[in-house]
Every structure is written in structure tokens, then in C-alpha cells.
Design a protein around this ligand. Sequence first.
Ligand SMILES: [Mg+2]
Ligand SMILES: [Zn+2]
Length: 291
Amino acid sequence: MENLGGGRSIAMARVVVVFDFDKTLIDCDSDNWVVEKLGVNDTFTELLPTLPWNSLMDRMMMELHSREKTIQDIAECLKQVPLHPKITKAIKSAHASGCDLRIVSDANTIFIETILKHYGLMDCFSEITTNPCYVDAEGRLRILQYHEFKSSSHGCTICPPNMCKGLVMERMRASVSAQGKNRFIYVGDGSPDFCAAMKLEQGDIVMPRKNFPLWELIYGNKNLIKANIQEWSDGEELGTRLLDSINTILNEEKCCSVEPGPLVPVYCKFQTASSISAHDAHTINVLPVRR
Ligand SMILES: [Mg+2]
Ligand SMILES: [Zn+2]
């Protein structure tokens, strides 16, 4: 299924689609991409055991600055990050149909916004929750933490100290429910995405990337997940499956809705959303690892 049909609908506006960014919306990790392409991989690997990931990325920006790499160099590097055309198309289609699209990511505002603007997707998202950053007086990019973890911990053992995605999801659900938005689709790949997925309710859909940590955690701890599961492997498949998932919710909303007004064309597909039938589920411990 390629399209969600034309026109906005009342029911569609109730759907919130939340994307992780690295290895989900984009195929690679934007932090790794910059570190590798701008040649500070050795320093990164050397310091990785000594610093939390997010603090290390701030340190890497200092390293790049000391090697006379400018903000423009970093931006040009980020514009080379590939984004699958099927994902671009699905995002634009979902946005045009009235879905509320958001990003929750442990990258940072500048990396994410540079890539989204490059692909003309910035206006499709209503909110980007990530680590704040700014360019200081010397022209160095400073990356801060979403949660200031030096003063207090968020208390979650799955997520890194600077951002608990479960907490973000709880706050998001509370803030959008007043607008009548109560159906969530969450797309991700990493361990912190599992923390977010545990906050999903029955009727929501979680879309884990196959064979990545989120997928493994879900199938090892299925009792902790209330949402329907729709796996995907690559950008091509995500583009298609995302629109399928939105249509699944829209179909259900259409059946239950008493609101008048035109609905976008939908496709009758009331099959089970879980496409995995024979995964050998085994217990996987929830470990505090990055992504
Ligand atoms: Mg990710
Ligand atoms: Zn968490």
C-alpha cells in the first residue's frame, strides 16, 4: 500500500506517530557518521569507555573544533546521510493525511534538523524531543543533555542518563490526550525505544527494526508490551508498513467513530498486525546499553 488517500480526516488527526531517529528514520547513526566521516574515530573509540555517549559527543565536537572543522563542515557532512526515498514519501503522506508526527531521539537538535531540512521534511514534524545544543562564541558545537543528570537521575536503568524515552512518552501522551489524540505508533530500533514501547497501550502499534535491540527485547519480554507489533527490516519495508499501520488504526477508528464528516479512503485489513509467527522467543535481560 503506497498511499493514505487524499484529504485530512477527523479520525486521522487522532494518530500520533513517534519516530526514533538514528538507525530508524535514517539508516545509520548520525553521531557515528559525523565521527567517522570527519576523522575522529580513533579519539572516539579511545574515550568511549570513560564517558557517557552524549558527553562523549560533546567532547568530540571540541575535538573537531580543535582540528579546525567548522559547523559548516559538520552540516555538509550531515547532508550526506542517506534517507530512504520510501521513508520520505511515507512521512509526507502521513503528514498530509493529518497524522501528528514526532521524533524522540538521543542525537541532538542540530544534527536532526540539518538532515530533516536537507530532505524537506522539517515541516512534517510537530515536535522533536532530543538533546539541546548550541554553537558557542568560539564556533564550537556544544551538545547538552535532555535530562540534566548530574543534579538528579531519571531512575530508569534501560535508558542512558541524559534521556529516558519512557518518561518522554508518558509526558507526550498526557499532553496530546487533551487534543483527543490517543492512538500511538512508535518506530524504533534501540534499547531505550523498548522503554518507550512499554508505555504504549492496547490499540497502539510498535514498529521494531528486525534483529535490532528493540526487536530482541520485545520478543524476549512480550508480556511487557501491550501494543500490536509490526516489524520492518529496511527503509523500503518501513515506508510500506508504516502506511499499513496508520491505515489499520484508521480502519478501527472509522468503525468506532460516531463523528460525521469525510474519511480518507481506507483498505480493509483486519489481519493481525504481528507478522512474526515462529520467532523463538526467549528471555532477554533488559540491560542498560546505548541504542
Ligand atoms: Mg535508534
Ligand atoms: Zn527509560
